[in-house]
Every structure is written in structure tokens, then in C-alpha cells.
Design a protein around this ligand. Structure first.
Ligand SMILES: C[S@@+](CC[C@H](N)C(=O)[O-])C[C@H]1O[C@@H](n2cnc3c(N)ncnc32)[C@H](O)[C@@H]1O
Length: 195
């Protein structure tokens, strides 16, 4: 389904970074692991700040476009095609983990977040934005599946070794390509791994 969505020259979520990431990028240190990176807009943005970035996604088509976007912007990113249901990042390695609209089934998300936390070095940062459960009633983006939508409390529990810097559910206007446009209920989470 994702390879199909990413066919063609158009970027499904645009080429500009996610605005929550953009506003908070100053908190991040490299190397950065970008989960469910898709067509690369966020990884390319972070690379343009001088960060070493690895984008992981299940779509080879999406990541090929990500590398093209990086080349067009004069930056380098690393990419890895992997199923996040089984992906195991290296432990104690990354300065930051970024997860933007990465909507796995709850059980797989819990597994991924546990491993993502292990992959952070002490003092490392996790930054996540995702559609909240309240988004289920809206048609402005995100999966129409409650199990894949997130709750702030769940995310806090899934990163027990991280101290929240910001953790909230809000409504905001999302303008990120044709699939994500309009007023939306989102979870925003930034936390620092305990040292
Ligand atoms: C809504 S897109 C978001 C892409 C990107 N984070 C962005 O904000 O532009 C969701 C991404 O999750 C990826 N994805 C979904 N399930 C996955 C899985 N099990 N393993 C790897 N990637 C997955 C899709 O390929 C897709 O690129």
C-alpha cells in the first residue's frame, strides 16, 4: 500500500518537514533514527542542520525518493528498508529517535518503542507526533483504526526510562500534503533518556 502511495513524482506528505519537528529540532543530537521515514522530508531537514540521520521505513519506493530529495537539497542521509514490526535498532547508539505519523498496531508499537528507548544513549531525546485516539472521528488524516491511534498516557508508559519534556494531546491544523490536511487531534511527546 505504501509503495503504491509513493509511486510518481509527487510527495504524499510534501517536502517540507513536519512543523512540530521543525519547532523542536534544536533539542536533537545525532545520530538520529527516523522511524517510518517515508519519502524523507524529515530526515532531509535534519541532515540540513548537520545531523547524521538514518531513515528506516518499509517502503523501498519511499526511501528511494528520500535519497533523491536529499541529493536535490545537497545533503546525505542513510536509509534502511525494514519492517518496523521486526526491526531491532542497535542499543545505546542514537542521540535521538524521531517518530512522525508512525502508526503501527498497538502491540507492535509497544515493542518498537521499547527497542527505540534502548537504542538511545543516556541523555538522548525521543520526539514523536502522532494522531490521537480522538482523531478517529475526523477525516483529516491518520489510520481509521483506534488501535493504531495513540494516547499520551500510552506513549509516556512506553518510554519508562525517559523524562518527558513535553507531553500533550492537542488539536492543531496539520498541513502536510494531501493525506494530512485539516484540524487534527494529535499527541506530541518529547522526552530525554535518564542518565
Ligand atoms: C503516514 S506515513 C509518514 C511518513 C513520514 N514519517 C512523514 O511524516 O512524512 C507512514 C509511514 O510508515 C511506514 N510504515 C507503516 N508501517 C510500517 C512497518 N510495519 N514497517 C516499516 N514502515 C512502516 C510507511 O511505509 C509510511 O512511510
Amino acid at each position: 500500500m505504501w509503495d503504491q502511495r509513493y509511486q510518481g513524482d509527487e510527495f504524499a506528505y510534501g517536502t517540507e518537514p513536519n512543523s512540530f519537528l521543525q519547532q523542536n529540532a534544536g533539542l536533537l543530537a545525532g545520530p538520529v533514527l527516523c522511524l517510518a521515514e517515508g519519502e524523507g522530508r524529515n530526515a532531509v531537514f535534519l541532515a540540513s542542520l548537520g545531523l547524521d540521520v538514518l531513515g528506516v521505513d518499509g517502503s523501498a519506493v519511499g526511501l528511494a525518493k528520500a535519497r533523491k530529495l536529499a541529493a536535490a537539497k545537497g545533503v546525505v542521509i542513510r536509509t534502511e528498508v525494514a519492517d518496523l514490526a521486526t526491526y531491532a535498532p542497535p542499543e545505546n547508539f542514537f542521540g535521538s529517535v524521531v517518530s512522525i505519523w508512525a502508526h503501527l498496531p498497538g502491540r507492535l508499537r509497544q515493542r518498537l518503542h521499547r527497542l527505540a528507548e534502548h537504542s538511545l544513549r543516556p541523555g538522548g531525546i525521543v520526539l514523536l507526533e502522532a494522531y490521537a485516539k480522538a482523531q478517529f472521528a475526523r477525516t483529516t488524516g491518520g489510520p481509521g483504526d483506534l488501535d493504531r491511534l495513540m494516547a499520551r498516557e500510552e506513549i509516556e508508559q512506553e518510554f519508562p526510562q525517559c523524562e518527558p519534556i513535553l507531553s500533550r494531546e492537542i488539536e492543531r491544523e496539520v498541513v502536510e500534503g494531501k493525506y494530512h490536511t485539516g484540524l487534527a487531534s494529535v499527541v506530541q511527546f518529547i522526552a530525554k533518556k535518564k542518565t
